[in-house]
Design a protein around this ligand. Structure first.
Ligand SMILES: [Fe+2]
Length: 189
């Protein structure tokens, strides 16, 4: 059995359900690019690729099924149960769960393993692939107007860039980061 493919099918099916909190969009616009970044970083940094890719597919499953609140905790539980059903070894399940538990926020220090750090970075990198998605969150979920949304998006991307753990991560999106600065910084009238 190809565990990665099983997990991908599970996550896509959850995104397709009418009850999925953010609809199908997170799958093509967030998870697919994130998994690609995670895979690239795992290879470059010689991390455990299987753990990283499984955690990348599953890291937002809590948000997809139950909504954003506490989704690192709900997601780790759902991921643990799914992987157990698929017969995945316990100690590896714990590694995947740790990646999911620690993928949120800026607290770098709590991320002890390279796999956890890669998941946090890949999550950030995928934001630079999906700027419409950040705007959607600002307009639809946070009710911001254009000026507020523009500031929020610029600040978010700046904060995310600063929080990256690896030079390899920065290298992957440096040109996009520069483009963000060009497009989002207010020019003098
Ligand atoms: Fe994410």
């Amino acid at each position: 059995m190809d565990i990665i493919n099983e997990v991908k099918i599970f996550v896509e099916a959850e995104c397709k359900k009418p009850s999925s909190k953010y609809g199908y969009e997170p799958f093509p616009f967030h998870l697919v690019p994130m998994v690609n970044y995670a895979k690239t970083l795992a290879r470059e940094l010689k991390a455990d690729e299987e753990i990283v890719v499984l955690a990348a597919w599953l890291h937002d499953i809590g948000s997809i099924i139950h909504g954003r609140d506490n989704h690192h905790v709900t997601g780790a539980t759902i991921a643990g149960e799914k992987l157990k059903k698929l017969g995945y070894p316990n100690e590896k399940i714990e590694q995947v769960k740790k990646c999911i538990l620690n993928h949120r926020g800026s607290g770098k220090s709590k991320r002890n393993t390279i796999e956890e750090q890669i998941i946090a970075d890949a999550d950030t990198l995928s934001n630079f692939d999906n700027i419409p998605g950040i705007f959607k969150a600002a307009f639809i979920y946070e009710n911001k107007d254009q000026g507020q949304a523009k500031d929020a998006v610029r600040e978010k991307l700046e904060r995310k860039w600063q929080g990256l753990h690896f030079e390899s991560s920065k290298k992957l999106i440096k040109e996009r980061y520069k483009a963000v600065q060009l497009l989002f910084n207010n020019h003098q009238a």
